[in-house]
Design a binder for this molecule. Structure first.
Ligand code: 1PR
Length: 535
């Protein structure tokens, strides 16, 4: 490849930069990886997708001489694009496990979002930006949304104002991007921001070929509500990986053959939902609690193929735990998660193992630091760790009959019960555990979960709407984002869940797979009802 079509990528090995690579390749460029500081100095254009924690990143950059090379490259005004932590590291210091010194090119301290004023931290999701005139790479995007996922941010000040090319409001007005000459950095993820993100990358990669458009003034934007398509994946009886869908978690057809319901191919469907406007795609390997050899876990291949063409966040769950496979090889949950991240996942989702971890934590009051949840969250950040809860309603005449948090129901139970508690289950709903969804949610937030995927076995596949009582209970109890799941049957159900609860996102499976309601119709309806979404 000629120098014209090569992007130099600084990947210091702290996490998943696969999607950045995929996006650059998708736009017609080859990638040269930085091996030595000289590679930075010789680059024609350098992309720096920072991942992981601030201190760990600075440590690596200082040790191998990259920090000095980066500063000199940027001071010479060479084409540079920093992403996420790649923006934060340019500042003087960060409070993340710190204070820790950064590269010191831009005045300011990177601090944590304040969750006390009702804004959920991490900041996960889609926002529009306030774009200044000098942004260059953002000039096309107007008030379209881009995808953020972070707990720390840099703030505008008199000292750094000439660097700022856009800001975003999330409780604070924080710095969404900087630009000086050929040096750009963005706090959001262009590689995960759909076609808008790709156009931002394109403008950086082809600066001369794009003409500057007149800037359209962006409307004030809150965090958009997300619409997520979920693919429950498992092998059918022939051994092919299929997208399936249960009724209250039962995925078998009620025919003589009793086969696994087959609704399509995972990679194809994920690609379709991306085109249709899904804000995220989740894969759940629903038989992940069984034995599997990590080496040829077919889900890894699904992720690799999907992430080549799908530029919104991908979550994968199922089977994330320590285990020894049939060949006698032992894996830690961190190894399993790392393999998923390397294959293209942005977030992993833990089900059963998080239930055991929460039970143990509530019993002992001690955070051992050894659970899958804690370990993965420490290494990859809590924004990369979702806990999936699979609760089942247990009806009660009297809320004091159990030690778990019960709610008064809108619609009474089959025997007129006015209350219910929500019992957590493991192994795909097969076993009930002595812990409620409320207790679990609070415990896993403390253990390092960054988001909760809240299913409800009673509502799954019923198409009668989300369990508003449950979702309200949990989304009021925690300050991390909650994804409402199970029961969507019509566009109105999405409006209902967003107006009656504090859910940050709503997930559906069956209505999308059966093509009853396309993602786009859900978005249009929400918009009509005055609910901000990414279009
Ligand atoms: O326990 O860490 O191995 O994770 C297993 C994962 O697999 C969990 O996230 C668990 O929710 C999921 N899972 C296990 N068994 C099933 C099953 O259906 N038999 N699926 C299952 C969970 C529920 C949702 C579904 C929504 C929306 N599926 O993901 O997509 O209910 O459906 P709808 O819109 O059609 O109502 P581990």
């Amino acid at each position: 490849a000629s120098g014209d079509s090569v992007v130099t990528l600084l990947d210091y090995g702290a996490g998943n930069v696969r999607s950045v690579r995929n996006a650059i390749r998708y736009l017609g460029f080859d990638i040269k990886d930085v091996q030595t500081p000289e590679d930075i100095l010789k680059a024609d254009r350098l992309v720096f997708p920072g991942v992981g924690a601030f201190a760990a990143a600075m440590d690596v950059l200082n040790k191998n001489g990259m920090a000095e090379a980066l500063c000199s490259y940027i001071e010479k005004d060479r084409p540079f694009l920093g992403i996420c932590l790649g923006l934060q590291l340019l500042f003087e210091s960060s409070e993340e496990n710190g204070p820790v010194n950064g590269l010191g090119l831009i005045p300011g301290v990177v601090g944590r979002f304040d969750s006390s004023n009702g804004f959920r931290v991490p900041h996960i999701g889609w926002n529009a930006l306030h774009i200044k005139n000098n942004s260059e790479i953002l000039d096309d995007i107007g008030n379209r949304h881009v995808y953020f996922v972070h707990s720390y941010r840099a703030m505008p000040s008199d000292d750094n104002k000439e660097w700022i090319s856009s800001t975003c409001n999330y409780g604070d007005n924080f710095i969404a991007s900087i630009r000086r000459g050929n040096v750009h950095a963005v706090q959001f993820h262009p590689e995960k921001s759909g076609d808008v993100g790709l156009s931002i990358l394109r403008r950086f990669l082809y600066p001369k070929s794009t003409t500057t458009k007149k800037l359209t003034e962006g409307k004030a934007s809150k965090l958009a509500k997300r619409v997520i398509a979920c693919l429950d994946v498992r092998a059918n009886d022939k051994g092919d990986l299929v997208v399936t869908k249960g009724d209250q978690y039962d995925v078998r057809e009620h025919t003589e053959e009793n086969e696994v319901r087959n609704l399509g191919k995972p990679v194809e469907l994920a690609g379709q939902y991306y085109i249709d406007g899904a804000d995220e795609v989740s894969f759940l390997n629903i038989t992940g609690f069984r034995d599997f050899p990590l080496g040829d876990l077919p889900m890894l291949q699904v992720l690799r193929y999907t992430s080549e063409n799908v530029f919104v966040p991908l979550t994968v769950g199922g089977g994330i735990r320590d285990f020894t496979d049939a060949n006698g090889r032992h894996y830690t949950s961190l190894e399993v998660a790392s393999e998923y991240f390397r294959s293209g996942a942005d977030k992993i989702s833990i089900g059963s193992d998080a239930v055991y971890a929460a039970e143990e934590y509530l019993r002992t009051g001690v955070k051992t630091g050894k659970t899958s949840l804690e370990q993965i969250s420490r290494v990859y950040g809590n924004q990369a760790v979702v806990v999936s809860i699979d609760p089942r309603r247990v009806y009660l005449k009297n809320p004091n009959d159990v030690e778990f948090k019960a709610v008064k129901l809108k619609n009474p139970g089959p025997n007129g019960e006015e209350y219910a508690w929500y019992q957590c289950t493991v192994n795909g709903g097969r076993e009930g555990r002595p812990i409620g969804a409320y207790e679990l949610a609070k415990a896993v937030e403390e253990l390092g979960a960054g988001e909760i995927l809240l299913n409800c076995i009673d509502c799954d596949g019923q198409g009668k709407g989300f369990d508003i009582d449950l979702i309200k209970l949990i989304s009021d109890a925690v300050s991390i984002p909650v994804i409402a799941s199970s029961g969507a049957g019509a566009v109105e159900h999405f409006t209902e869940v967003f107006t009656k609860t504090n859910a940050s996102a709503a997930l559906a499976a069956g209505i999308f797979h059966r093509k009853e309601v396309p993602v786009q119709s859900v978005k249009e309806h929400l918009l009509q009802e005055g609910i901000e979404v990414r279009i």
